[in-house]
Design a protein around this ligand. Structure first.
Ligand SMILES: [Zn+2]
Length: 339
């Protein structure tokens, strides 16, 4: 089985994002939002059959761990109340996709975060998504301000209510920022990779893994700059007398394979132990074009893994085994949804 641990519903029916615009406009005008739009199962089905399902079939992958559109989370817009309603709407839509295509999609929740609001307010939505929807993880935004970094670092106890829930349910968090509202940081070219890199560094210099020995984080987009600069982080950890970086981080931190060229994947697989790499593509996401050097889509990351000189057993870990281990609820959900 090939499990893609990083997919977003980037093709949701138009009225979904349309309502979000109305909601934020109403908030700015001090008015209540309009009622949420109706979306039929057929409308949802069409967006998936012509989108993510089609790509799965073309590329030979089986299952996508699926969450709301990341740039669309927009935690810097509105306030905690608008974030709560928006996260609820987005997660419900993911649940409907998973119910319509139970063999192909398993859900991950976006959280109703809001800049400078302690994430205690996210707990009810986590409970709902895990208990009612059968989701297997969360996306945690380390910068709900959208590129201005106004909240404390992930090392701070500010975040501990979310960490406690993660441990209680044994669910991982993918550290994933949303859109940038800071013009100096392009959303997908700079802010995403900055978020990944900053998140890793914040955790490295923290006591989070002492306080939560079983907690698990996935750093997406190949880990931002981290694998390329592994020597820098090893040296920083050593200078700070934190011990060996591999001992410090690799029981709790995992990297996905959303790296859009073969040399990058080769580096990732060379630097990071195979047990800490999860297959992912973020298909129909940030980079949708075809690479003229290969004739294939940049985000067809399975092709790069296929070309790595790893044993079949190691590739099976990247494609399936590690995802089942890190998303510890996944195997049960796969079994249940297959029925
Ligand atoms: Zn993403």
């Amino acid at each position: 089985m090939i499990i893609d641990c990083h997919g977003h519903y980037t093709t949701a029916p138009r009225q979904h994002e349309g309502w979000r615009t109305q909601q934020i406009e109403a908030h700015a005008a001090g008015k209540p939002p309009p009622p949420r739009p109706a979306m039929t199962d057929d409308e949802i089905r069409a967006t998936i059959e012509g989108g993510q399902l089609k790509v799965q079939q073309e590329r030979g992958t089986d299952l996508t761990i699926f969450s709301p559109r990341a740039a669309g989370m927009g935690h810097h817009l509105g306030d905690a109340t608008t974030s709560d309603a928006w996260a609820g709407a987005c997660n419900e839509l993911i649940h409907r996709v998973c119910a319509l295509f139970p063999k192909n999609f398993v859900g991950v929740a976006m959280l109703p975060q809001s800049a400078r609001v302690r994430p205690t307010n996210c707990i009810p939505e986590i409970d709902r998504c895990i208990n009612q929807y059968g989701f297997v993880g969360i996306n945690l935004n380390p910068d709900p301000s959208g590129g201005h970094w106004q909240d404390p670092p992930l090392s701070d106890r500010y975040w501990y209510p979310v960490y406690e829930k993660m441990v209680e349910y044994d669910i991982p968090a993918m550290i994933h920022v949303s859109a940038s509202c800071n013009p100096t940081h392009h959303t997908t070219g700079s802010h995403y990779l900055n978020g990944d890199t900053a998140g890793f560094n914040q955790l490295m210099t923290s006591s989070v893994f002492k306080d939560f020995p079983t907690i698990k984080f996935i750093i997406p987009h190949g880990g931002g700059a981290v694998p390329y600069h592994w020597g820098r982080y090893r040296g920083l950890a050593q200078d700070a007398k934190l011990g060996l970086l591999s001992d410090l981080m690799l029981n709790n931190v995992f990297f996905d394979t959303c790296v859009y060229h073969l040399p990058g994947q080769e580096l990732l697989a060379k630097v990071i132990p195979v047990d800490n790499i999860l297959f992912a593509s973020e298909m129909i996401g940030a980079v949708r074009g075809i690479d003229p050097e290969t004739g294939h889509h940049y985000d067809d990351t399975k092709r790069y893994i296929d070309q790595l000189t790893l044993s079949p057993a190691d590739k099976a870990k990247i494609f399936e085994g590690n995802a089942r281990r890190v998303y510890s609820r996944l195997s049960k959900v796969i079994e249940k949804q297959a029925v």
